[in-house]
Design a protein around this ligand. Structure first.
Ligand code: PHE
Length: 459
């Protein structure tokens, strides 16, 4: 194994063991493939004129019957907006919903107060449209922080966006008086295209706050939650070390128990130090899967400012955020993240009315057709980011594309112009694709590059 410097999207470097993307491992499972919805298929085969790439040319954009003004920050696309309301986490018998239920049931039964009343409240129906204040400021993410970039997020306008994490609701829920809650929802990020990344996925957030009495269990000692100290690697300036250690213990125990419950007692796991602007200390939990360490979640002791700003200044607490797709892919042996959005009966039926959910593995029902590869090179415009190209590809080719990677960058020695070469890997989840069909889609992508970026292609 090799050590390396890695970053999460909050940007701080950490030293940790090199982990291959989890899907390298999952991909090798010989699980079959499945298909796209009939309506998507019609879109690909009959109409290769893409939907308008973004809606910023329009004065306003309507989401769930509410109109939002657009401005120079607007970068949501009709394709992305079409995912709002699908709510896979609320669809009975959908693997994302099944996994959510498993975790919720675990927290309900494990943490109770008198008369078996669960401690944790669940909110799974909050709108993904949030303010930038909720998504960033309320979680202490600085104004100039990299995670706010337009190239990483879907903005409706400069002050409204599709949430990039379920942490966007933490401050509001704490302010509403909750001391322990789980929040589940769809989150939106402009990201790479491969078998483990999709611009929409589902997160579960967990928060638990403690009063002094709850944390120290009425012990006789004169222990306190707060002190006027200095920040150290293992505690915040306002927290005592003993309070921090107890909160950290409760957090790690809760998550280790939950993972064991889902993935079995024998799983190997380890904690890695991490950085998030809203927690300190912060950690990531990694699980060993088929010989590789795989990052499962981020968590930590909540920054006290968040509690103070939300009317809970007499409490200390922990928070975690986990990606449901990532765990579901591992738990159910699902080889490609596009499967979750499929409405193919062969896929959905395997999860319907199943008793032993935790032992359910997706059975191959179609053979995996070989991928067709096409390279596309073009001169990049000013202020270009690769996510602009990924969005364009998703708009034109939708879920026919399994993977896009930047394979070459070139700077013209005289003009200084830069070009990118992207390798686009096409694979339908349920049927062979012909090279003619793929060429049509590829040509449509090229036309769109020219019309959208106003650049010369290199083809
Ligand atoms: N919001 C973080 C993310 O999306 C995860 C997280 C939640 C980390 C809560 C710490 C505490 O990456």
């Amino acid at each position: 194994m090799v050590t390396c410097l890695c970053k999460n999207r909050f940007g701080m470097l950490m030293v940790k063991w090199k982990i291959d993307p989890c899907m390298q491992a999952i991909k090798s499972c010989n699980v079959g493939s499945l298909g796209l919805s009939p309506s998507l298929l019609r879109t690909y085969s009959q109409n290769l004129q893409p939907a308008k790439q973004d809606v910023k040319q329009e004065k306003s954009v309507s989401i769930k019957n509410i109109n939002y003004r657009t401005d120079e920050w607007t970068n949501v696309t009709p394709k992305i907006l079409s995912h709002i309301g699908r709510n896979l986490h609320l669809q009975k018998d959908h693997p994302i919903c099944l996994l959510k239920d498993l975790i919720v049931t675990h927290f309900y039964s494990k943490y109770t107060r008198s008369r078996d009343r669960p401690i944790f409240a669940v909110s799974d129906n909050l709108s993904p449209v949030v303010s930038t204040h909720q998504n960033f400021d309320s979680m202490l993410i600085p104004k100039d922080h990299v995670s706010r970039q337009k190239s990483d997020n879907y903005y409706i306008n400069s002050s409204t966006m599709l949430r990039a994490h379920t942490s966007a609701h933490e401050a509001d829920l704490i302010r509403s008086g909750l001391d322990a809650f789980l929040t589940v929802g769809d989150v939106y990020r402009r990201d790479a295209i491969d078998s483990s990344h999709y611009p929409v996925f589902h997160q579960m957030e967990g928060v638990r706050l403690f009063t002094k009495h709850e944390l120290f269990q009425n012990s006789d000692e004169k222990l306190s939650l707060f002190e006027n100290g200095v920040e150290l690697p293992d505690k915040q300036s306002g927290h005592t070390l003993e309070a921090t250690k107890l909160v950290e213990f409760s957090l790690k125990k809760a998550l280790e128990d939950c993972m064991e419950e889902l993935l079995g007692k024998g799983i190997e796991s380890r904690w890695v130090d991490a950085y998030f602007p809203f927690t300190h200390p912060s950690f990531e939990l990694e699980i060993k899967y088929e010989g590789e360490w795989m990052e499962m979640l981020g968590c930590g002791v909540l920054r006290q400012n968040i509690l103070d700003n939300s009317g809970a200044n007499d409490r200390i607490g922990w928070a975690f955020g986990l990606g449901l797709e990532r765990i579901a892919m591992k738990l159910f042996n699902i080889p490609d993240i596009r499967y979750f959005w499929s409405d193919r009966e062969e896929f959905l039926v395997q999860f319907r009315n199943q008793k032993n959910i935790k032992n359910l593995k997706l059975k191959p029902f179609l053979s995996k057709e070989p991928a067709l590869i096409n390279d596309i090179s073009f001169w990049i415009p000013n202020n270009f980011s690769s996510t602009d190209f990924y969005d364009l590809v998703r708009n034109v080719a939708g879920d026919l594309v399994e993977n896009v990677s930047l394979v070459d960058e070139f700077t013209h020695p005289k003009s200084g112009e830069q070009s990118h070469c992207y390798r686009v890997c096409y694979r339908h989840l349920s049927r062979p694709l012909s090279q003619t069909e793929v060429s049509d889609v590829n040509d449509a992508i090229k036309r769109e590059i020219v019309s959208q970026f106003g650049v010369r292609g290199r083809w």
